[in-house]
Design a protein. Structure first.
Length: 259
């Protein structure tokens, strides 16, 4: 298509880099740094008239009753709330989070981002530390692999029998999450489960400091004040490796464009 108009939206630094990567002689690309779709954004869409819009990984807050100027727009989306899904029901939309190559590479950058965060906050080396990771999805697998290679002791806790069995097959100590015998007070605890599973019944198992790396952050079903430190870490690739994170997102979008 000639004279494409792309609008890239989001506060994550990778999206500013993405906008620069998407530009070409046949594309005009505008980047808008915001975390909300409001009247100002409605006005921008009406004036710019984009035919492609890239949304951030975490859904934008919606502060308007209607999204203007999007009837003929193709969307590239991250995670969407039910409200967003309803608003885009008539649009062609592609979720880049469903592309396996992007998901795994983003998980790798997330794992590296955690290590950078850990060094900054804990000021400890990885070697010899004990880590307990809740869940054994893509992020957990990438992180566990990196930590073990750096000399850490890793324990996986998960509800899925498949994930527990898989973790054991990889050589990790693994326990069912609902087994009340496990306790991790001497470990550094990392959550990767995208659900509110930490209830009062689990609180006694959780140490004072908790790192949340889940793809849909927010594992606490208790008041965060009941923990000494709750470290929510969304968008680590964009924080530490904006250019690299933008490259893998750009590749995912370009591959969809060429399909």
């Amino acid at each position: 298509m000639e004279n494409e108009k792309w609008l890239v939206i989001g506060e994550d630094s990778r999206l500013k880099e993405l906008a620069a990567m998407l530009r070409s002689p046949s594309r005009t690309v505008f980047y808008k740094r915001t975390s909300v779709w409001n009247e100002e954004l409605n006005k921008l869409v009406l004036e710019f008239q984009p035919n492609k819009i890239v949304l951030p990984i975490l859904p934008l807050k919606i502060e308007v009753e209607q999204l203007y100027g999007i009837s003929q727009v193709k969307f590239y989306t991250g995670r969407l709330t039910m409200h967003w899904k309803q608003l885009l029901a008539m649009n062609k939309s592609i979720c880049y989070l469903q592309q396996e190559s992007f998901i795994w590479q983003n998980a790798r950058l997330t794992a590296e981002g955690f290590i950078a965060t850990f060094y900054g906050l804990e000021q400890k080396c990885i070697y010899g530390q004990k880590f307990t990771i809740a869940g054994f999805g893509r992020i957990a697998k990438m992180l566990a692999s990196l930590l073990v290679k750096m000399g850490a002791d890793v324990h996986i806790v998960a509800r899925s029998v498949v994930q527990v069995s898989e973790a054991k097959a990889y050589g990790y100590k693994a326990t069912n999450l609902d087994d009340r015998k496990w306790s991790i007070h001497e470990s550094i605890f990392i959550n990767t489960i995208p659900a509110k599973w930490i209830t009062e019944s689990f609180r006694e198992h959780i140490p004072a400091t908790l790192y949340d790396l889940a793809s849909e952050p927010g594992c606490l079903d208790i008041d965060a004040e009941q923990l000494q430190t709750y470290v929510l870490l969304p968008s680590l690739p964009g924080k530490y490796f904006a250019h690299d994170a933008a490259k893998i997102l750009c590749k995912a979008i370009e591959e969809e464009e060429n399909c």
